[in-house]
Design a protein around this ligand. Structure first.
Ligand code: HEC
Length: 186
C-alpha cells in the first residue's frame, strides 16, 4: 500500500500554495481600516497631552462627585426636624396609635411593656430617647432584631407613632430588655 501524495497546486500569484483546499489569499488592506488606524494615532496625539496637562483625573472626578453628594445629604439632614413635630398633637397621636397597633404590638406589646422587643415604657433606653435617636431606631432599625420601618411608614407615620408611644403609661422598674430587668415570673 502506498500513500498517495496529492500534488500541491501553486497559488495563482505564485505565493503560498493551496493546502487541503484552503488557499491563503492576499487582499489589499481596506481603506476604512487604514483610516481608523490613522485616526487612533491622531486621537492619541491630541488626547495624551490633554490627559497629562489638563489636570483632569478619574480620582479627582470621583472625589468631586462624592463631595457634591455629601453636600446634598447634609442639606437633606439639615431639613429634617430633630424634634418630634407631633408631640402632644391629638390627631397625630390617634394616627400613631393605629400604626402602633398594626406594626409594633407583636414585638412590643399593646402597653409597650415589651416581649420580643424591649420595653418602651421603662426608664432604660439602649439607643437613647432623644427624638432624633428614637426616629433613627424606628426608621433604620437596630441590630438585635428591630426591623427598619422607614421605607414602609415614611417620616410622618414614624413621628406619629413616637408621639403615641410617649403617651403610654410609664413604669419606673427596668422592663424587658433593660440590663437589670428581673422577670417576675408568670
Ligand atoms: C419583629 C419584632 C419587632 C417589631 C415588629 C418592632 N420592633 Fe422595635 N425592637 C425590636 C427589638 C428586638 C428591639 C431591640 C433591638 C436591639 O437591641 O438592637 C427593638 C427596639 C426598639 C426600640 C429601641 C428601644 C431602646 O431601648 O432603645 C424602639 C424605640 C422600638 N423598637 C420601637 C418600635 C416601633 C415604634 C415599632 C413599630 C413601628 C417597632 N419597634 C416594631 C423588635 C421589634
Amino acid at each position: 500500500m502506498s500513500i498517495e501524495t496529492e500534488e500541491i497546486p501553486e497559488f495563482p500569484r505564485g505565493g503560498e500554495p493551496d493546502r487541503d483546499g484552503i488557499a491563503e489569499e492576499d487582499h489589499k488592506i481596506p481603506l476604512w481600516f487604514n483610516l481608523s488606524f490613522a485616526g487612533t494615532i491622531v486621537f492619541a496625539l491630541i488626547y495624551t497631552p490633554y490627559y497629562l496637562f489638563s489636570g483632569w483625573s478619574q480620582t479627582g472626578q470621583w472625589e468631586a462627585e462624592v463631595a457634591a453628594a455629601e453636600e446634598r445629604r447634609a442639606a437633606v439632614v439639615a431639613s429634617l426636624p430633630d424634634t418630634n413635630p407631633y408631640r402632644g398633637d391629638a390627631a397625630a397621636i390617634a394616627a400613631g396609635e393605629q400604626v402602633y397597633l398594626t406594626t409594633c404590638v407583636a414585638c412590643h406589646k399593646p402597653d409597650g411593656s415589651g416581649l420580643v422587643g424591649p420595653s418602651l415604657v421603662d426608664p432604660y433606653w439602649k439607643y437613647g430617647d432623644a427624638d432624633a435617636d428614637l426616629f433613627e431606631t424606628v426608621s433604620e432599625g437596630r441590630p438585635a432584631g428591630m426591623p427598619p420601618w422607614g421605607s414602609q411608614l415614611g417620616n410622618e407615620k414614624i413621628w406619629q407613632v413616637l408621639a403615641y408611644i410617649e403617651t403610654l403609661p410609664k413604669s419606673e422598674a427596668p422592663g424587658v430588655g433593660a440590663p437589670d430587668y428581673q422577670p417576675t415570673g408568670g
